[in-house]
Unconditional design. Sequence first.
Length: 388
Amino acid sequence: MRLALRPFALCSLAILAAANAAVALAACSDSSSTCPETTSAAVVANDIYGQSLPADTLALTFDDGPGPRTEELADFLTAKGIKATFFMVGKNAANYPALLAKLKANGHLVANHTQNHNDLTTVVNGANGPANVVNELTLNDNILAANVDQNHFLFRAPYFAYNANVYAAIHASPMDKYVGPVRADIGTFTSYPNGASPNPEVPANAVTAADWDCWQTGQRPGDKTTWTTQQCVNIYLKEIRAQRRGIILMHDIWDGTIAPSSPQSNTIDLVKALVPVLQAENFKFVRADEVPDIAAYFPKPPVDAGVDAARDAGPDASDAGLDAARDAALDGASDAAADATVSDAGPADAAADATVAADASPPTDGGTFVPDAGESNPGPKPADAGCK
């Protein structure tokens, strides 16, 4: 589901996006310039989705934490060979410094979901609005930055609330280093075929689901009880099998400890039930920064990074051997010949030895947390406007 913005806001975003594109195209049209293969990391005017992923590829993202069971969730994913992205709220992340370091060490990505989980489109219109928007990212950045893997800074707006004014505020600040806003393709809201709103609800008939919506009551007419974990799993599977790719939204604070959740209704257990089924169906998992439309904003790694290092090590080792053999031959033969014709006491021998010495140069290869309920997309039903 796409965020419904007012026509003016949509127009403003379109103009800003067009301006960004025009600058890039102008630079690349100059034959005297060298166009980079990737753009600079920066917040952009429009939301970034996951539809550029290959088929049967998913990116798991978790919002609003960390919470008491986030480490358990991350350990489960690590054991399954999955790297996920955790969009953290700063006031919660501050209570888990050791966890942040562990997530990075295990290959997960921590990302910025602001300090206080406020609606930025409301914040930006208040007193000192633009500065307060920037402060929401900056305070969280101070907590997370040291543990952001590869300096791949990602940002997601709370409630997906984002407009031209929020973009302008962030873009004009040092927080422009963040790539985003990162949206989601799967798990954003609960829906029924043909837009129906059954009363009472029948979970088995739903075609899309949101974890926060599964665990809360009173979100829609007829929604009187929380759903079980398995009911939520079944609907996530429906949506994933239908879409086949995309960024999945979940919330790791919904862990069975927050009222009105029951111990049987929580996102941690949802993931534990969902992942094995998807892996058995050959779905692959990547981090959000590996989504092609997101990865394009980060510089490519140096040539000698990763597998290139092993490749380069071979020539370097060979060069070292060849250089050593060559130098030995030159030093043993050429220098000896020079010594045979020139007196050791003469300057010519010193000059000959000096030239041979040049071969000796090295080769050149070289705690407590405050639960934020989560987000949903506005519409298609007014009751889906947000978590309580």
